[in-house]
Design a binder for this molecule. Structure first.
Ligand code: GLU
Length: 528
């Protein structure tokens, strides 16, 4: 077999769709599995937007996931250019070939004539088939119309007696009856190519061996097959993969209405909430700007590329009936098209989170620190110049938090470890419940502060001993002090282990914070 060449051909839309990324991944996997090449081609013929801005997020998504491309934007390649907007001459030449061989023709029918034909067909309860009036024109008449600048489109002349078929690598044998296919327009009146035509010319020129794409393109395939044949190009192998579904079983979409529905879904709602908690803190907008339909979402809120690759590779493909956690290396080795299923595959936020939980557990502490630090810096909790001391402090915090850190941005929920003591905020409800309501909270806290003030060894184990013996001596329950203590030093009702928290904050900060709490309690009983 010749070297496998696959391609992903996005239109530059300003974002990378999570479903599109799955299509891209399957192309990448198939190329890499076979030691072949993966090509990025940019389908920008309908482009009105600035290409750089519209393409940037797409390339960024590939880079973030570590999916490289052998040819395409920025890297170039033997078959450059890789932007359809720059390949017009190829489409013109192919069109010329088809016109010369009589496999395509200029259709001078004005839109009104076509509309009338359609209406007539409707009236007759017949399927509309385009009427080939322009085929009756003599060569001289055609020349004349061209000379008069009469607008025309170019259509492929379909052999209405033929059938075309493929053996799709996912969907099996598929056949189309050409008697039902209208002569497709391949070039518009303004000389711009239509998708079906441009994609065939490019797939042939780029020597694409396997076209792996979303199943919605299956209906374009007969036209493309006829074009491959008419141009005497070798046909690639096709694999139409199932769409990525949302919770409603429909194709997950970036349309506003769909996104609003996703926001209300229990599982997806969690992801939106994460965006709304995290993004404003790091100056990246909110779920209004970045949402879980976009690959950028997962990077922004601190998923690992490994988790997303794992999740995407499981959308419609499996290694066996039980293996869930898989590295890109493993999937690359095992990926074959015959294990891609026909049924649509639903993107499951809980599954992505569970992959994330697994992949983060494989990281060393240093790696975790590296990936959490940018969140702390961007939120302003620490300054850009991170000292060794700060790194070791963050390391201790992450160790104390252990499984509580699932996404790298989760560290932002522990601002109490970074804020100056005088800025510590208290959870209002918990403050009332833990500090104001229990009558003995304030006096016990004051007593224990004095104990802490004389404690020399401020490590978690020693602190635990100190607190436990004091509790025993005082004849109280541990719960009488521990909740009040936590509230006063962190402002929150929950967090990492109490003694680790005290150790991390250190003696001075603990004393200052308890002092501040007592002051509030003595004054007006409300932190606000
Ligand atoms: N630009 C097309 C799309 O994004 C490419 C389809 C194909 O793979 O042929 O839908």
């Amino acid at each position: 077999m010749s070297v496998v060449r696959t391609r992903f051909a996005p239109s530059p839309t300003g974002y990378m769709h999570i479903g599109g990324m799955r299509t891209a991944l399957f192309n990448w996997l198939w190329a890499r599995h076979n030691g072949g090449q993966f090509i990025l081609r940019i389908d920008d013929t309908d482009q009105e937007r600035n290409n750089d801005e519209a393409l940037g997020p797409i390339l960024a998504a590939f880079r973030w996931l570590g999916l490289d491309w052998d040819e395409g934007p920025e890297v170039g390649g033997e078959f450059a250019p890789y932007f359809q907007s720059q390949r017009t001459e190829f489409y013109r030449a192919a069109c010329e070939t088809l016109l010369k061989s009589g496999k395509a023709y200029r259709d001078f029918d004005p839109p009104e004539a076509i509309k009338a034909d359609r209406e007539q067909a409707d009236k007759d309860k017949q399927q509309y088939m385009n009427v080939r009036r322009s085929l009756d024109l003599s060569e001289a008449e055609v020349e004349q119309l061209i000379a008069e600048n009469q607008p025309y489109v170019i259509r492929l002349l379909v052999d209405r007696t033929a059938k075309v078929s493929i053996t799709d690598q996912v969907r099996g044998d598929v056949e189309w009856d050409c008697s039902l296919i209208n002569d497709p327009v391949i070039m518009r009146a303004d000389g711009s190519p239509l998708y079906n035509f441009a994609t065939v010319v490019d797939d042939a020129h780029l020597k694409i061996t396997h076209v792996i794409r979303a199943e919605e393109h299956l209906s374009n395939t007969p036209t493309q097959l006829m074009l491959f044949d008419a141009l005497e190009y070798e046909r690639p192998v096709f694999a139409h993969i199932p769409f990525v579904a949302g919770p409603d079983g429909k194709k997950i979409s970036k349309r506003e209405k769909y996104v609003e529905k996703l926001r209300k879904d229990a599982k997806f709602g969690k992801l939106f909430q994460i965006a709304d908690d995290v993004l404003p803190q790091i100056g990246m907008g909110s779920s209004e700007t970045i949402n879980p339909v976009m690959v950028a979402y997962y990077e922004a809120v601190g998923f690992m590329p490994e988790a997303i690759l794992n999740g995407l590779s499981r959308l419609g493909w499996s290694f066996d009936d039980k293996t869930e956690q898989m590295s890109l290396e493993f999937v690359t080795k095992e990926f074959t098209l015959d294990r891609v299923v026909k049924a649509s595959a639903a993107l499951d936020p809980d599954k992505l989170l569970s992959f994330q939980e697994y992949w983060i557990s494989t990281l060393s502490l240093e790696e975790k620190i590296d990936r959490c630090v940018p969140y702390l810096v961007k939120s302003g909790m620490i300054s850009e110049e991170v000292t060794d001391q700060e790194r070791s402090y963050i390391g201790k915090l992450l160790t104390a938090l252990s499984e509580r850190i699932k996404l790298f941005s989760d560290v932002l929920s522990y601002d109490e470890f970074f804020v100056p003591d005088e800025d510590l905020e208290y959870d209002e409800k918990a403050f009332q419940k833990r500090l104001v309501k229990p009558e003995n909270a304030a006096p016990l806290l004051a007593q224990f502060r004095d104990v802490l003030a004389t404690t020399e060894a401020f490590d978690a184990a020693s602190l635990e001993d100190v607190l436990k013996s004091w509790v025993e001596e005082a004849g109280i329950n541990i719960g009488d002090i521990i909740h009040a203590l936590r509230m006063s030093v962190t402002g929150k009702p929950a967090g990492p282990g109490m003694f680790e928290t005290l150790e991390l904050l250190g003696k001075e900060r603990c004393l200052v914070r308890i002092g501040r709490t007592l002051e509030i309690l003595n004054n007006n009983s409300s932190p606000a």
